[in-house]
Design a protein around this ligand. Structure first.
Ligand code: DOR
Ligand code: ZN
Length: 343
């Protein structure tokens, strides 16, 4: 197969930031995807409906001319989130979910939830109003090894939430382990997961063997090869529980190439190519459309997109950098030749 036409896809997990960074990165996503779930971990975080609506306006205002890209907004869950906030989100046509960051789990998560049980009344309201909960599934306690944090979160927190709120729709974002795949696959239909391109294509050797490569550093961190294989099997299985979420997370180049580099891979410029590469490697390109274009929309109860995109097996080069006024952002696979190109 050297050409693939699929219904226009969506990105169900995306960071685009604000201001100059937003300006530099938004076109990459808008060229490939019809819609994206926009993460609320700004500084300060997006915690109210008003903030989310004004952030949405900012995103719409920087779209390339003629783009019909739709940002789907989310609110950041904090210890102060109320049942009333849930009702307001349920009533908003533009806000689609709450994002739970355990406090300290990742970039701009300081305002996250430190006592998850204290948020149970909010989960109860989300269950009642059918507002999805998006979860960064990692424990944050320093005593746990960074490679074990996802599994421990499932065992110590997520299983309890699922048991207690059986009708709550939950997306375990950016799953990275065999255990997370098994957990989601064997859970009820209300439980789904997104998978990033980097976790489908790379294990931790890509980041650490033969030199430390900061542009492969994201959270949850890349794991062993057995986990990558479990993720590929899940993504290409045709199960509607697993769908596309890039977790594209731009940081300035100098803050990634740093003695304490930021977590996040800016994969948006090559997102669809990277997913096509991962599906092609296992001979499952026929499963890309469900993963990229159907299952996320179905889970969120949104219509599937009209229109199509075509990928061709043609070499193209990922730009070395994206420019801001005096800074750059380096994409994943910068300067490399990729083999699937969006026409
Ligand atoms: O690597 C990551 N970067 N993981 C996250 O969960 C957040 C993201 C970011 O915002 O930079
Ligand atoms: Zn993210």
């Amino acid at each position: 197969m050297d050409k693939l036409t699929i219904v226009r896809p969506d990105d169900w997990h995306l960071h685009v930031r604000t201001g100059a960074v937003l300006h530099a990165v938004i076109a990459a996503t808008a060229q490939q995807f019809a819609r994206a779930i926009i993460m609320p971990n700004l500084k300060p975080p997006v915690t109210s409906v008003e903030q989310a609506l004004s952030y949405r306006e900012e995103i719409l205002s920087v779209l390339p001319a003629g783009s019909d890209f739709q940002p789907l907004m989310t609110l950041y869950l904090t210890g102060l989130t109320s049942v009333n906030d849930v009702k307001q989100v349920a009533a908003s046509e533009h806000i689609h979910a709450f994002k739970l960051y355990p406090a300290g789990a990742t970039t701009n998560s300081d305002s996250g939830v430190s006592n998850i049980e204290a948020a149970y009344p909010v989960f109860e309201a989300m269950e009642k109003h059918d507002v999805p909960l998006l979860v960064h599934g990692e424990v944050t306690d320093e005593k746990y090894d960074i490679f074990d944090r996802e599994k421990i979160f499932i065992d110590s927190q997520l299983q309890a939430i699922v048991n207690r709120f059986p009708n709550l729709r939950i997306v375990m974002e950016h799953v990275t382990t065999e255990e997370a795949v098994q957990f989601v696959a064997s859970a009820a239909d209300k439980i789904a997961a997104t998978i990033t391109p980097q976790h489908l294509l790379y294990n931790r050797n890509a980041m650490l063997a033969g030199g430390i490569r900061p542009h492969f550093y994201c959270l949850p961190i890349l794991k062993r090869e057995q986990h990558r294989q479990a993720l590929v099997a899940a993504a290409t299985s045709g199960s509607p529980k697993f769908f596309l979420g890039t977790d594209s997370a731009p940081h300035l180049t100098h803050l990634k190439e740093h003695s304490c580099g930021c977590a996040g891979c800016f994969n948006a410029p090559a997102a669809l190519s990277l997913y096509a590469e991962a599906f092609d490697q296992v001979g499952k390109l026929d499963k890309l459309e469900g993963f990229a274009s159907f299952f996320g929309a179905d889970f969120y109860g949104l219509p599937r997109n009209q229109g199509h995109v075509t990928l061709a097996k043609t070499d193209w080069q990922v730009p070395e950098v994206f420019h801001l006024a005096n800074e750059t952002i380096t994409p994943l696979r910068a300067g490399e030749t990729l083999h699937w190109q969006l026409l």
